[in-house]
Design a protein around this ligand. Sequence first.
Ligand code: NAD
Length: 541
Amino acid sequence: MNNSNINIPYPSNEEVLDYAKGSPERKSVLNTYKELYKKKITVFLKINGENLKGDSTKKMTPPHDHKHILGEYHIANKTQIKTAISSALKARDKWSKMHWTRRASIFLKAADLLAGPYRNRIVAATMIAQSKTVHQAEIDAACEFIDFLRFNAFYMQEIYQNQPESSPGMWNQLHYRPLEGFIYSISPFNFTAISGNLSASAALMGNVVVWKPSDHQIFSAQVVMEVFEAAGLPNGVINMVMGDPEMITDTVLASKDFAGVHYTGSTFVFQNIWKKIGSNISNYKTYPKIVGETGGKDFIIAHSSANINEVATAIVRGAFEYQGQKCSAASRVYLPKSKTEKILNEVKRQLNTIKIGSPDDLGNFVTAVIHEEAFDRIVNAIDKINADSEADIFCGGSYDKSIGYFISPTVVTTSNPNYFSMEKELFGPLVTVFSYDDKKWHETLKLVDQTSIYALTGAVFCEDRYIIDEAITALENCAGNFYLNDKPTGAVVGQQPFGGARASGTNDKAGSVFNLLRWISPRMIKENFVQVTDYKYPFLK
Ligand code: NAD
């Protein structure tokens, strides 16, 4: 028995590889990409550590080459979902009792595997499955995922160290129990790191998990499972199931042992899950924890003192990296009339240099949107804008789905600050600009605050310190991640804990202590050292 007080040192962020021409990482990631592209991969359900076939299968195709078949994945039936739940609960017996340092070492090992032997595989799989450029795949599937795993282990230690005071004659202890039951994690397509972290963060704290990845991320999700297994995660701790999201969710939520949901995805789906939990509430053994990070309508507002090139670059990177499919992507922009033309011309100049195409051509900055439904949604918006008198396509607006789901970065200008594309999350490479009268800065701040139901990210560009101060206060509630003179995307674990409020989520800040606290149920233990033997207090004597 090792009784030493083990210390997890403060981690540093994983260094981002640059994949520059001639670099070894560029060569090896492209080789892995080619190998994975050729293979036909079958993704099984992973229940209690076993690869199981479902009732049927579905094909996996890359968004940038949708006629190419990457392989297939299995679709679970209801009985298999129930088996996933019972396997998780069976694993809970041992897992919840395992010393926290041993749990930490599994996820720290997973981080090192991702940083080393699995790096190419997870980056290439993410490029293929989600159509990410090598840089976007690197900062997501490698760096952010590694950071989640390392920082969470450190934060877990910080939580456990937190103990109450004890008066003389007693010892007070807080024990940080995992939740009584299992956690259901539901992940979106757009970040491999999120897909892994939703399950890993809960499991790290001693919980067992049923994980439903997005149908559009399965190809990289199975690499996530491979890494967890290679790191020694015991069977049944995280069970991965694919299939009809309604059926899976209804089956999970019907279990009395359902103890919490860790969700990231669109707002409407989350609200429905919450409603279903509400209507089942009297059936559960314990009140389930509900953690959801959801949609956004993220803004950039530039003051008349802002630097033209800085604002333009923030729009190009903030709105169009990963085709605008980041929950944090800028999709509504407010520019002062005095500088609108110059900023937009610079945006156009930069966009004219952008290449669009498959992620295996590293010269491409923009690749495909995730699936046909997303393509159609954005194309419908472009067609509507073309037909409307209140808005114009300033640049972009072309699309083609013959090979992949390609849409050119599209900048829209509108005279109506409440135009639908200023309010609705479209989740694609389309940003709408409203040009405001420089004299109406205060009113425009109000407009930014009141235009959308969301409150995820936002950015202010301004050189005047008093104005910055005003903006920080006026926009207090409209972004959980607020940027000054920077684009509103690219949060880094350990530096900018991420999450928003209003319709953007429960703001539990993924990759932070706040999130991990949701996956524990503290138990207070008071031990009395000096027992009393007479009920009478002195005042009674
Ligand atoms: P989505 O809502 O389509 O899917 C998310 C997950 O929910 C998937 O696993 C999906 O299969 C599942 N799902 C779909 N319908 C369901 C149902 N009826 N019942 C239960 N589960 C269901 O979202 P997406 O397209 O994968 O991801 C994009 C969305 O995610 C955007 O709205 C984006 O803003 C949001 N997002 C938010 C954050 C954040 O941190 N706030 C991060 C990433 C993505």
